[in-house]
Design a protein around this ligand. Structure first.
Ligand code: NAD
Length: 268
């Protein structure tokens, strides 16, 4: 990377207030770090209090502006309240990144009602509650960018992932519809759809020595292609794409779904 590129990346978000959910670990923590390193004041939201505080204090110790907010994104009233607190404490929100998500693995006929409802509560309703609240403010102010982290499983059927995949398809399409309505107000809404990414959520699949190889090589038993680029994404790979879509460099991009899966879903 040239010096000038590094310099312009470092100020992409100077002084901007950004909300990031799922901020305690994994992809969310990487997004928080990337936006903060590029000048954003980041409100970091998660349900896991200790992990969230550990993540945010490591960044504040490095001089970045990151504040933790412990909240369950599936609670609509709590979301209204926390967005008010964030605006009062940090300023007007210009970037929202919906990262928080959960995965319940079971075949479609074995999923419990709670598995289904809990999955939609976080992956779909949580995205709706936050995007609605923040989207209203962005619409009034005629500026802002929303990025929702979906999944490549939203576009391709996966065994044992019916609830997850359906919840991600819903939040992906919601984000596109929101983008259509907010476009005339200059507010952009995009999706980043990761494939297998090295986080706690992914590592639950790595139950034996062969598991990682199976992800890379694919498995006919589960109708999965492998990963043509022969690597698992890092959280930073995903955060980089999120930062681009949230930045003014993507000023003419909205309603786009950027898949980052090493080719695993063959570009569908
Ligand atoms: N890791 C992968 O392979 C992969 C692939 C595709 C998509 N994704 C998506 O990327 C996003 C991040 O995944 P990850 O791998 O970093 O997962 P992760 O499990 O490591 O982290 C998810 C975070 O979301 C938080 N969270 C869960 N429910 C919440 C709630 N109700 N309110 C607030 N926070 C809540 C968790 O506490 C956790 O910190 C998720 O939306 C996931 O579906 C991940």
């Amino acid at each position: 990377m040239s010096d000038s590129t590094t310099q312009s990346a470092s100020v992409d978000f100077a002084g901007k207030v950004a909300i990031v959910t799922g901020a305690a670990q994994g992809i969310g923590a990487a997004v928080v770090a990337t936006l903060a390193e590029r000048g954003a004041k980041v409100a970091a939201l998660d349900v896991q209090e200790k992990a969230l505080r550990d993540t945010t204090s490591a960044l504040t110790a490095r001089g970045f502006q990151v504040r933790p907010f412990v909240v369950d994104i599936s609670d609509a009233a709590a979301i209204e309240a926390v967005v008010g607190d964030i605006e009062a404490g940090l300023g007007e929100v210009e970037v929202l990144v919906n990262v928080a998500g959960i995965l319940r693995l079971a075949s479609a006929t074995e999923l419990t009602s709670d598995d289904w409802l809990d999955t939609f509560a976080v992956n779909t309703h949580g995205v709706f509650f936050l995007s609605r609240t923040v989207g209203r403010l962005m619409k009034e102010r005629r500026r802002g960018a929303i990025v929702t982290v979906g999944s490549n499983a939203a576009a391709i059927p996966r065994t044992k992932m019916a609830a997850y995949a359906a919840s991600k398809a819903a939040s992906t399409h919601f984000t596109k519809c929101l983008g259509l309505e907010l476009a005339e107000y200059g507010v952009r809404c995009n999706i980043v759809s990761p494939g297998s990414t090295d986080t706690a959520m992914q590592r639950q699949f790595w139950t034996d020595d062969q598991a990682l190889e199976a992800v890379l090589n694919g498995s006919l038993d589960s109708y999965r292609t492998g990963i043509p680029l022969k690597r698992i994404a890092t959280p930073a790979d995903i955060a980089e794409a999120v930062a681009f879509l949230a930045s003014d460099k993507a000023r003419h991009i909205t309603m786009h779904n950027l898949c980052i899966d090493g080719g695993a879903t063959l570009g569908v």
